[in-house]
Write a protein of this length. Structure first.
Length: 245
């Protein structure tokens, strides 16, 4: 699952996972889980996170690899938050190839930059109670700039200001586009318009999954016919190989 911050990637990944009965593997959750269980990988990751540094790819890849080795992942997973860079996408391909698998579909939720800024910067917080939180689009106060509960003025944190958000996106978007291009080159990219209501986005994503994900009973007819893509390896075979060892 690919998408910029604010595109709704995490929410949609969770919804998809529930609808199609596949594990939702979020890299953020994996980090937290490994750190909580104090695994070797968790210890390594924590060391970098404590310094405010990015966790190196080899640590991240190892965590993903561990997760994919669990029985519930045998038929595939929905990856969320990974890969973040082209190097990670290449490493993921190598890792999956070793397991006899491959990325069946890259689902990209496409939201325009201006819309992302609106979504990410619309947060306002009550100056009296920090848990009175509003959002210009998602949860506007009845009167602009005033808390519904206690009438206190609303303030915007620096982090939530449009210019801060825009500067952050300036750094976050280019690596993501590299990953999007990487999967486009491999013929597995599915782009879904993310400006639509949440349910419409979910339906569009489900359609992409239905036409791309290998099916347990070898029913591959719909796969090739409905999306016009040709897979180098028939999905059913991919599934058989990723599951059996
Ligand atoms: Zn308030």
């Amino acid at each position: 699952m690919l998408g910029a911050p604010g595109a709704g990637k995490g929410t949609q990944a969770a919804l998809l996972a529930e609808r199609i009965g596949m594990p939702h593997v979020s890299s953020g959750d994996l980090f937290r889980d490994n750190i909580k269980r104090d695994t070797d990988l968790g210890k390594k990751a924590k060391k970098f996170m404590d310094q405010g540094a990015l966790v190196p790819d080899d640590v991240t890849i190892a965590m993903i690899s561990d997760r994919l080795a669990k029985p519930d992942a045998a038929d595939g997973v929905i990856l969320d938050g990974f890969p973040r860079t082209r190097a990670q996408a290449e490493a993921l391909d190598k890792m999956l190839a070793k397991k006899g698998g491959a990325v069946a579909a890259a689902l990209y939720i496409d939201v325009e930059r201006d819309e992302l800024i609106k979504r990410l910067s619309g947060r306002w917080v009550c100056s009296q109670q920090a848990d009175h939180v509003y959002h210009e689009i998602a949860k506007p106060p009845k009167k602009a700039g005033v808390c519904d509960v206690d009438g206190a003025p609303l303030v915007q944190r620096d982090d939530d200001k449009p210019q801060t958000v825009a500067a952050r996106l300036e750094k976050q978007l280019p690596p993501m586009f590299e990953v999007v291009d990487y999967y486009a080159d491999r013929g597995v990219l599915n782009t879904v318009e993310g400006d639509k209501p949440m349910e419409a986005v979910t339906i569009a994503l489900l359609h992409c999954v239905a036409t791309a994900v290998p099916r347990p009973n070898g029913d591959t007819k719909t796969t090739a016919a409905s999306n016009g893509r040709t897979a180098a390896t028939p999905p059913a075979e991919r599934l058989a190989r990723s599951g059996g060892r």
